[in-house]
Design a protein around this ligand. Structure first.
Ligand SMILES: NC(=O)c1ccc[n+]([C@@H]2O[C@H](COP(=O)([O-])OP(=O)(O)OC[C@H]3O[C@@H](n4cnc5c(N)ncnc54)[C@H](O)[C@@H]3O)[C@@H](O)[C@H]2O)c1
Length: 456
C-alpha cells in the first residue's frame, strides 16, 4: 500500500477497531468423545509450560503425569486441568492401556529411552527438541519409528507451526526474495538462567548438548527449512570463557554450516549480551535473517509475552532505464527505492488473510488497507492468532486421530539432532565435520541412559 495514502491514522485505527467489534464470536466445540488421552513425562520447566497450554486444548485429556522429582510431580498434578494420576516411573505410565500418547519433556539424555519405550508400548509420541542425544540413537530411532508408521512421532520444534515462519517459507518458495544464499541466526543472552547452572543437567556434557542442542537446534532447523536442504559440512568454535562453575558445556558458540548449493548458515549464541540487531532493537536475544538475492526476511518467534514478528526487505536492483510499455509505474517505484534508500525500510510480512482479494467486500478491503497502513506505520503489527506452541500441540492430537505426518516429523527431528551432534563434534575437534560422517558413527548397540543429574 502506498505511503501517501489518503487515510489518516485515526481513521485507520477506527476502521480496524469497528471491524473487531463486529467480528463474530467463535464458539469452541468440546470434543469430549474423541479426546486423545495422554500423559506428560517430565514436568519440569518445559513440561509445566506445556501443561499450562494443554489445559486450554480440548482435543486431548491428560490422564497421567510423571516426574522423578516429587516437587515437580506434585505441582504438575495440581496444575493440570484434568486431575491426572501421578507417577515417578515412566514405565508404569506406558503400561497403562488408556494412555494413547505421551508428551516427553525430560532432559535431553532421557529423550531416546523414553521415546523408544513409548513407541514399543504402542503410544504416539511428542518429544521435545533436540529429539535425540547420540549418533546411535539417531539410527535406532529411525529404524524403530519406521517400523511403526501408524504411530505419530513429532518433535517440539514449534517454529514449524508458526504462521509467520510458514509465510516466510511460502515467500521463499515463491521466489520473493530470490535465491536464498545465507541464513544467519543468533540466540544471545545476557546471562544464563538457573536451569543452566550446575548441578542442573544442562551444564554437563554427559546429559546435555549445551547451547547447540538447547538453543541452536531451533534455528538450525529454520535454516534447513528455508534453504530446503540439509547441510553437508559444519565448522565452528566453542568457548567456556565466562562460567567458571564446574560446567563442561560451552558458554558461547559460533558455527558455520555449508549446504550443498554453497548456502551458509552463520550461527552465534553467547551469554554476555542480549542485543538483537533486528526490528529496531525492540526485541532481544533470538531471531533469524534469511538473505536472498532479491530480498531479506528478518524473523523471530513469539513468546507468551511478545508477538512473533517478521519484516521483508526488498533488495533494490539497478533502476530500469527504459521501462516496458505499461510498466512505468513499477519502474518509477523501483527507481525511487534505489535513489532514496527506501528498500532498507522493510515491510511487515503479511498473512494471506491480511491481503485484499477479489472475493472481499468493499468494507473488508477497506479494513485490510487500513490494517496494512497501520502495520506499515508501526502502529500495529500482524499477529499470529495462536502461539505456535498451542498449534503444535493441537496439531499433534489431530495427527494422532488422522494419521497425518507431523510438520516437525521424525526426519526433521533426526536431521536436526544430527546437525547438533556434528556441530558439537566440529567445535570439540576444531575441524570441518562432514554430515556424512554420521553414517559411520554410532553403529553399535545403544547404551542405556546415564543416571539422572540432580535437579537445580
Ligand atoms: N521447544 C522449546 O522451545 C523448549 C524450551 C525449553 C525446553 N525444551 C526442552 O524440554 C526438555 C526439558 O527441559 P526443561 O527446561 O523442562 O528441563 P527441567 O530440568 O526443568 O525439567 C526436566 C524434568 O524431567 C524430569 N525427569 C528427569 N528424568 C526423568 C525420568 N526418567 N522420568 C520422568 N521425569 C524425569 C526432571 O526431574 C525434571 O523435572 C529439554 O529437552 C529441553 O531442550 C524445549
Amino acid at each position: 500500500m502506498p505511503d501517501n495514502n489518503d487515510m489518516t491514522r485515526r481513521e485507520a485505527t477506527k476502521a480496524v477497531g469497528a471491524a473487531a467489534v463486529a467480528a463474530p464470536f467463535i464458539q469452541k466445540a468440546l470434543g469430549a468423545n474423541n479426546q486423545v488421552q495422554y500423559a506428560v513425562i517430565g514436568t519440569g520447566s518445559r513440561g509445566s509450560y506445556h501443561i499450562t497450554h494443554l489445559n486450554g486444548i480440548d482435543a486431548g485429556r491428560c490422564v497421567a503425569v510423571c516426574d522423578v522429582d516429587q516437587t515437580a510431580l506434585d505441582k504438575a498434578k495440581k496444575d493440570t486441568r484434568d486431575k491426572p494420576e501421578g507417577y515417578k516411573d515412566y514405565r508404569e505410565v506406558l503400561a497403562r492401556k488408556d494412555v494413547e500418547a505421551v508428551i516427553i519433556a525430560t532432559p535431553l539424555y532421557m529423550h531416546f529411552p523414553v521415546t523408544r519405550d513409548a513407541l514399543e508400548a504402542g503410544k504416539h509420541v511428542f518429544c521435545e527438541k533436540s529429539l535425540v542425544f547420540k549418533p546411535e540413537e539417531i539410527h535406532a530411532l529411525r529404524r524403530l519409528a519406521n517400523d511403526r508408521p501408524k504411530q505419530v512421532l513429532q518433535t517440539g520444534l514449534q517454529r514449524r507451526y508458526s504462521k509467520f515462519y510458514q509465510t516466510a517459507k511460502q515467500m521463499v518458495d515463491k521466489g520473493l526474495i530470490g535465491k536464498v544464499t545465507h541464513v544467519s541466526g543468533q540466540w544471545h543472552r545476557k546471562s544464563l538462567p538457573k536451569t543452566w547452572v550446575p548441578p542442573a543437567w544442562r551444564a554437563f556434557r554427559k546429559y546435555s548438548g549445551g547451547l547447540t542442542a538447547e538453543l541452536a537446534s531451533h534455528q538450525i532447523d529454520v535454516a534447513d527449512w528455508m534453504i530446503g536442504a540439509h547441510p553437508e559440512m559444519v565448522t565452528g568454535m566453542g568457548g567456556l570463557d565466562v562460567y567458571k562453575d564446574g560446567r563442561d558445556v560451552y558458554d558461547n558458540i559460533q558455527l558455520i554450516f555449508r549446504y550443498p548449493g554453497g548456502q551458509k548458515l552463520m550461527y552465534s549464541s553467547i551469554c554476555t549480551n542480549n542485543h538483537l540487531p533486528l526490528f529496531g532493537s525492540s526485541r532481544t536475544e533470538f531471531g533469524e535473517i534469511i538473505l536472498g538475492t532479491e530480498g531479506t526476511i528478518h524473523i523471530t518467534v513469539g513468546t507468551d509475552n511478545e508477538p512473533a514478528t517478521a519484516m521483508w526487505f526488498y533488495e533494490p536492483g539497478p533502476p530500469k532505464a527504459t521501462p516496458a510499455k505499461g510498466a512505468e509505474k513499477a519502474a518509477v517505484a523501483n527507481a525511487s527505492l534505489v535513489s532514496t534508500g527506501k528498500g532498507g525500510k522493510g515491510l511487515p510480512v503479511l498473512f494471506d488473510e491480511d491481503k485484499p482479494s477479489d472475493r472481499d467486500s468493499f468494507v473488508q478491503k477497506e479494513l485490510k488497507f487500513a490494517k496494512q497502513w497501520l502495520y506499515k506505520k508501526g502502529v500495529m503489527v500482524p499477529e499470529e492468532t495462536k502461539n505456535p506452541v498451542d498449534v503444535q500441540l493441537e496439531s499433534f492430537f489431530s495427527d494422532c486421530r488422522t494419521g497425518k505426518r507431523p510438520l516437525a516429523d521424525l526426519e526433521v527431528g533426526l536431521e536436526d539432532s544430527a546437525n547438533v551432534i556434528l556441530a558439537n563434534l566440529a567445535m570439540d575437534e576444531g575441524r570441518r565435520v562432514l554430515m556424512s560422517e554420521m553414517d559411520k558413527m554410532g553403529g553399535g548397540p545403544v547404551k542405556s541412559a546415564a543416571q539422572p543429574a540432580k535437579k537445580a
